[in-house]
Ligand binder design. Structure first.
Ligand code: FAD
Length: 394
């Protein structure tokens, strides 16, 4: 580890990896620090991503793709199913990744581009001089290093502390923090080509249960519920255990993970003097699905490029970095997050009767002749009360 770099990236997830790669490709000296001893492990993710989204950054590779997903199935509280797939879904649907291998591949590509990677290296405090960020204190193998950087990219995920240390309010209200539990379950009867989403305010309050296949008889089965709905005897894992006992009583569990997903609005500002915040650290996971891999990759890549331009121009002030914030916020990522936040706000308040009514109106549709527009119109036609709750979707 050297004493100074152009860019210091804190965190080796998809956001940090893409940021480090973009900055290194632009010719900057880059250090990426990851506090865990191994990139990508332990996995805290259901590992689903859309094919088109992934293709923007990397060509799919069987080394880190577990399953090719052809359809998505929405299951209502009473078990009514709505399936969407292929062209009707507006694309080629998605993959279930092997995040351990995927994250390593992304970081490897950053290293190939010239970035220095240090694992088991934790950023523990920012270096602030005259109120401005100048780098970070790094702990590694019992030693402490002071690393200076012209720009720090905070890619430290949902548990992010770096931006907060640098003076930015990153608080996620408890009711907007989904608490999640997920098992890898083997020896079960599933559709190995379908990602299943089960909604029910009783069985998974303010969240949903997912079944994402990892193989012909194996899946990530998980749940997210609002933090405020969690308590003794009704934690995410309790709800998940009840679901498994009912639906897959003979499944063999080989792994349990727990984690959090923010479903709040993005940070008010994702830049400060010499600082850019990306991915989950910037609260950019989708408020409806909780998905954040793509948004982390998108903002990481953008941050690396913006940092490069700012450093070349000799101005890394908040003002100069603001183009990063403006670009993602005003582009498709920001627009989708804003729309889905509004939709989430309505959906979480719906009881099972309303959720059943929505899924019933969807299940009546002919899948051969389906577009997103037709789907939304049909749902509104069958559920006129929705127009009051979700006027912005009309
Ligand atoms: P992360 O991937 O979290 O990476 C942050 C990294 O920073 C971590 O490796 C961490 O160890 C490191 N770090 C933290 N602090 C420090 C420090 N001080 N110093 C050094 N390193 C540090 N998204 C999807 O798109 N699809 C899904 O199916 C999906 N399922 C999910 C299921 C669950 C249960 C959970 C919890 C999340 C899920 N997500 C999903 C969300 C997805 O995992 C994240 O949005 C994505 O990983 C964000 O990438 P990131 O790079 O911003 O952060």
């Amino acid at each position: 580890m050297k004493e100074a770099y152009d860019v210091l990236v804190v965190g080796g997830g998809p956001g940090g990896a893409l940021a480090a790669k973009a900055a290194a490709e632009a010719g900057l000296s880059v250090l990426l620090v990851e506090k865990r001893p191994a990139i990508g492990a332990p996995v805290r993710c259901a590992e689903g991503i859309g094919k088109d989204a992934l293709a923007e950054f990397i060509e799919a590779d069987p080394k880190w793709v577990s399953t090719d997903i052809e359809r998505a199935v929405l299951v209502g509280p009473d078990g009514t199913r709505f399936t969407i797939g292929g062209e009707a879904a507006g694309g080629k649907v998605g993959y279930v990744l092997d995040r351990k291998m995927f994250d390593r591949e992304l970081v490897w590509r950053a290293a190939e581009a010239g970035a220095e990677i240090q694992v088991h290296a934790r950023a523990s405090a920012p270096i602030m001089i005259d109120g401005k960020l100048q780098g970070a204190v790094i702990h590694q193998h019992g030693k402490t290093y002071e690393v200076r950087a012209k720009v720090v990219i905070a890619a430290d995920g949902v548990e992010s502390k770096f931006a907060k240390w640098a003076g930015i309010d990153t608080t996620v209200p408890l009711w907007e923090l989904e608490t999640c539990a997920q098992y890898v379950v083997n020896d079960i009867d599933i559709d190995p080509k379908a990602n299943v989403f089960y909604v029910s305010n009783e069985a998974c309050p303010w969240g949903y249960i997912w079944i994402f296949p990892k193989g012909p008889r194996c899946a990530n089965i998980g749940i997210g519920i609002a933090g405020t709905k969690s308590g003794e005897g009704h934690r995410a894992k309790d709800y998940l255990d009840r679901y498994l006992a009912k639906e897959f009583p003979n499944g063999k569990v080989t792994e349990l993970i727990v984690g959090g997903v923010s479903v709040c609005k993005p940070l008010e500002s994702t830049v400060a003097d010499n600082l850019i915040i990306v991915g989950d650290a910037a609260r950019l996971s989708d408020p409806i699905t909780g998905g954040g891999i793509y948004n982390a990759m998108y903002t990481g890549n953008l941050a690396g490029n913006v940092a490069a331009t700012a450093i070349k121009n000799g101005d890394t002030s908040k003002n100069a970095l603001m183009i990063y914030d403006k670009t993602w916020r005003e582009g498709p990522v920001g627009k989708t997050l804003a729309r889905n936040y509004a939709v989430k706000e309505s959906f979480i308040k719906m009881d099972d009767k309303k959720l059943n009514s929505i899924v019933h109106s969807m299940s009546d549709l002919s899948i051969e002749d389906l577009s997103v527009k037709k789907l939304v119109l049909a749902i509104f036609k069958a559920n006129p009360w929705l127009a009051l709750e979700l006027p912005h979707l009309l």
